[in-house]
Design a protein around this ligand. Structure first.
Ligand SMILES: [Zn+2]
Length: 132
């Protein structure tokens, strides 16, 4: 589909803020209710902060009251890849940007219809582009 974006650690560090780097390249988690995009609800698109890939549309965003931006469907099939995550004594499904491997967050099977899924995404992993 799209070409992979591969950069060295040093290149990512240069491009990203320390917090963006920690979350996307080191699988960190931002503090709940700390991200700007949690409170956004205008129409527009959410892109990967690392490689600009389109990840989510505002129409699939919903308030899960968890403190992180939540979506029930990815914008483009295959834009996001899933990895089983066994850290912190839990079995979860980590989600990453398929194009550059940025850690985005996790997906849980307790979202609203029609998918029943809840993508719980770190705000700092994304940039928002309002609909023009
Ligand atoms: Zn990316």
């Amino acid at each position: 589909m799209t070409d992979k974006v591969v950069k060295t650690d040093a290149q990512w560090r240069e491009q990203l803020s320390p917090e963006q780097y920690r979350v996307t390249r080191q699988a960190g988690t931002e503090r709940p209710f700390s991200g700007d995009l949690y409170y956004r609800n205008e129409d527009g698109d959410y892109h990967c902060v690392c490689c600009n890939a389109l990840l989510f549309h505002s129409g699939t965003k919903f308030d899960a009251h968890c403190g992180w931006p939540s979506f029930w469907e990815e914008a483009v099939p295959g834009a996001i890849k899933r990895i089983e995550d066994y850290t912190h004594g839990m079995v979860r499904t980590e989600v990453r940007c398929a194009q550059c491997d940025a850690h985005l967050g996790h997906v849980f099977p307790d979202g609203p219809e029609p998918t029943g899924e809840r993508y719980c995404i770190n705000s700092v992993s994304m940039t928002f582009k309002p609909e023009s």
